[in-house]
Design a protein around this ligand. Structure first.
Ligand SMILES: Nc1ncnc2c1ncn2[C@@H]1O[C@H](COP(=O)(O)OP(=O)(O)OP(=O)(O)O)[C@@H](O)[C@H]1O
Ligand SMILES: [Mg+2]
Length: 268
């Protein structure tokens, strides 16, 4: 169970202010969909959550503890472009996260640890529907399959928070619907906190428990660099979606009060 708190996050690149005063408390087990126009700082925000970028000011807390300065195993990530390794098989791609986590020096596991890792990897491949493909290389998989593999790879690290940057943007509509259903199942099954960037509002509302829209309020060319984007809308998705606890009882994800209803203007 992981709560993520962003406190007064401010981000500048050189003279450009990208994000201003972002305050968000993400309850454990919630699924936050982040939307907003291109260039408003969504990926930048995700990179700060990953620890790949530092806020210019403000801080990010994971269960009350300030985020470490570099990416670590607390956070799994899946980007729009498939992040799997082309030279590793499907099984190898899922194993690789665990191998580097547990054996940083060698990058390989041996004996009982390897056996457990293979069992876990196979269980994950089963839940993403890739059991029959474990010896294939990514080039032999469709886009949807590669993205399911990327999800399994990220989940293998048992991340506290799963970060997704337009993970389904490149998929055909039919495949995308399938991957949506899978994503929802995984979220329920694994009980993790998810932050997903998307351009697709229907995807945001279908998967999210909460939709946050970022917007640059002043957008005239001469103002663009001096004002960053901030939270324009913060919407609890209704009816609330539920995750199951490990003991099987359902828990409603904590979601904030409805702040606004129209986000369509905030998204291209
Ligand atoms: N490493 C960097 N150095 C300088 N400027 C950057 C850097 N990364 C991002 N920016 C700038 O920050 C702004 C926000 O970029 P970001 O990639 O976060 O936007 P985004 O909301 O994810 O856009 P998109 O929807 O197109 O993916 C852009 O103006 C971009 O040029
Ligand atoms: Mg982006």
């Amino acid at each position: 169970m992981t709560t993520v708190v962003l406190e007064k996050i401010w981000k500048e690149y050189g003279n450009q202010i990208v994000l201003e005063n972002i305050d968000i408390t993400i309850e454990s087990g919630s699924f936050v969909a982040l939307v907003g126009p291109s260039g408003c700082g969504k990926t930048t925000l995700l990179k700060m959550l990953l620890g790949e970028e530092r806020p210019t000011s403000g801080r990010i807390l994971l269960d009350g503890v300030p985020l470490k300065a570099e990416p670590d195993w607390d956070r799994g990530v899946v980007f729009q472009r498939y992040s799997v390794f082309p030279h590793l098989t499907v099984l190898g791609n899922v194993l690789v996260g665990r191998e580097f986590e547990q054996s940083r020096l060698l990058g390989r596991l041996f004996g009982a640890k390897r056996k457990t890792a293979i069992e876990d990897a196979r269980a994950l491949l089963k839940s993403v529907g890739l059991s029959d493909h474990e010896n294939k290389y990514p080039a032999a998989l469709s886009g949807g399959m590669q993205q399911r593999l990327a999800l399994a790879q990220a989940l293998m690290r048992k991340p506290k928070v799963l970060l997704l940057d337009e993970p389904f943007g490149a998929l055909d509509p039919g495949i995308r619907a399938e991957v949506h259903a899978l994503m929802n199942e995984l979220w329920v099954e694994q009980g993790i906190t998810v932050v997903m960037v998307t351009h697709d509002l229907s995807e945001a509302f279908r998967l999210g428990t909460r939709v946050i829209a970022l917007e640059r309020r002043r957008n005239r060319p001469e103002e663009k660099e001096r004002y960053g984007a901030t939270i324009a809308h913060d919407i609890a998705v209704w009816p609330p979606k539920k995750q199951k606890k490990l003991n099987g009882s359902a828990v409603a994800s904590e979601v904030p009060a409805l702040v606004a209803t129209d986000v369509s203007a905030a998204v291209h």
